[in-house]
Design a binder for this molecule. Structure first.
Ligand SMILES: [Zn+2]
Length: 478
């Protein structure tokens, strides 16, 4: 059949339309890529969610400050990110929560370590009396927050003085803080009158209440340094302002005697926890640090009120104060996480080494090596901390809708190979130096082991002279 030019032209046009149409159809089959801020790809993801979901080759998608998708790496093609971190098989997990600290005391770390009797009175108090100032607290807090960020801690809970200065430094470094202003019966650096910290706390809480990283808190120091009247005033303020309350509870064997002598007589058969219940102090706003001396009945009471607990096994071992029955509390579903305590009590501030201590102090006296599995230790370091602070709907696990607080841990280091069980790698093998990336509130603050938020040479211009001044005074205490 002869095809004339006109007809050829028509056929060509039809072919062209067909090609175009097919092309269009293809374009429509490919879903458009969603523009996002950050993708972490090819990670072994420990989500720490309720189902213990683990992705061997996974992706986390972040928009603004939240996780908007998480799953197998195949979903990565649906997104176009401003920035992609290829984890290359390393572990991605929720940032760790350090539930108990006094971070400005890093200025005094390592002093009075050589078997000094009565270190508290010989070193702690004279150092604080002579040297504490707003300025020292701000600079030392920055040094501590730097260490925390580099070691994979994305939230630190702190109790000290001039807590607004601690807040400034924690926010500057870019980690989260639940930061409590101390209230106690003695004059202290920021409160010349007994319990002056209470008025200080009132203002500080209002000033910092809506900060994206800092949660201000009130910190009545301990059961033996605060009367029931002031404990209850603190509770009233915490409830009115809807902020946490941080207290040292049942930390030493002699604590009941101290309370009886200095604060309020406690009957022989009454426990410290029962005393706190009887004065109507217990509340879900309370985060109790240490909690060593208690029985099963006390645990039930703490559970009833939803009290959070910071288990600090390294500091407790180091000071020889005692072994908390933390395993029983964890198994009873109390809201329990891990903390270090201050740098004069624990020296290191990362949570990796605390996990090892938690397992050891649970296993040694019980002779039961099944106590605290690696998964349970990682759970306490992440979701446990979040639950203890009533922040579990926002942080603590990697799930869609939660804040993007994520760390990446190198699994190719000498000490993290082989990585057969990633929970065991994190709980027992990893060092803080294996943290390559720390992301808080969607922002990368540590990248390839380098802190991006602080100019270290500028920081050191303030930090080094401060340490020289401390060293000079410390010589007079030896
Ligand atoms: Zn403490």
């Amino acid at each position: 059949m002869k095809i004339n030019n006109k007809r050829l032209c028509l056929i060509e046009s039809l072919v062209l339309i067909n090609v175009l149409f097919t092309g269009l159809c293809h374009a429509q089959v490919q879903p458009p890529q969603t523009a996002v801020d950050l993708i972490i790809s090819h990670a072994q993801i420990l989500t720490m969610d309720k189902n213990k979901t683990l992705y061997e080759n996974g992706v986390i998608v972040i928009q603004n400050n939240r996780i908007i998708a998480i799953g197998e790496n195949t979903i990565a093609s649906q997104y176009m990110a401003k920035k992609t971190i290829n984890a290359n098989g390393d572990i991605a997990m929720p940032g760790m929560v350090n539930l108990h600290n006094h971070i400005p005391m890093i200025a005094f770390r390592g002093l009075g370590e050589n078997g000094v009797n009565n270190r508290l009175f010989k070193f702690f108090f004279p150092l604080e009396k002579e040297l504490l100032s707003r300025n020292l607290i701000r600079i030392a807090s920055r040094q501590a927050a730097i260490e925390l960020a580099l070691s994979g801690v994305t939230l630190v809970t702190d109790m000290y003085y001039h807590e607004d200065e601690v807040a400034k430094s924690v926010a500057e470094v870019g980690i989260r803080g639940v930061l409590g202003e101390t209230v106690m019966q003695f004059p202290v650096v920021d409160a010349p009158k007994p319990y002056g910290g209470f008025e200080y706390a009132k203002k500080y809480i209002i000033d910092w209440k809506n900060h994206p990283l800092v949660t201000p808190a009130i910190a009545p120091h301990a059961t033996y340094t605060v009367t029931p009247e002031w404990l209850l005033k603190s509770k009233e303020l915490a409830e009115k302002e809807n902020v946490p309350m941080l207290v040292h509870v049942a930390e030493s064997a002699g604590e009941k005697k101290l309370i009886s002598e200095r604060i309020n007589p406690i009957p022989e058969n009454q426990s410290i926890i029962k005393y706190l219940e009887d004065i109507n102090f217990l509340s879900d706003k309370l985060l109790a640090a240490h909690v060593i001396f208690l029985d099963k009945n006390d645990m039930k009471i703490l559970k009833k009120y939803g009290v959070g607990i910071s288990h600090n096994p390294k500091a407790n071992s180091r000071a020889g104060t005692g072994i908390s029955p933390a395993y029983d509390m964890y198994k009873m579903d109390l809201d329990i996480g891990l903390g270090t305590d201050g740098p004069m009590s624990s020296n290191q501030m990362d949570i990796f080494n605390v996990m090892g201590y938690a397992a050891s102090v649970a296993r040694l006296p019980s002779k039961d090596e099944s106590r605290f599995t690696p998964f349970e230790l990682v759970d306490m370091s992440t979701m446990g901390g979040a639950r203890a602070l009533d922040m579990e709907s926002e942080i603590g696990s990697l799930e869609v809708g939660k804040k993007a607080d994520i760390i990446i841990v190198d699994t190719d280091a000498a000490n993290t190979q082989p990585n057969y069980d990633p929970y065991a790698t994190i709980a027992f093998s990893a060092y803080p130096q294996n943290v390559t990336h720390t992301i808080v509130n969607g922002k990368i603050i540590v990248e390839n082991g380098i802190l991006k938020t602080i100019n270290m040479s500028e920081h050191n211009k303030e930090w080094i002279p401060l340490t020289k001044k401390v060293a000079e005074f410390a010589k007079t205490l030896e």
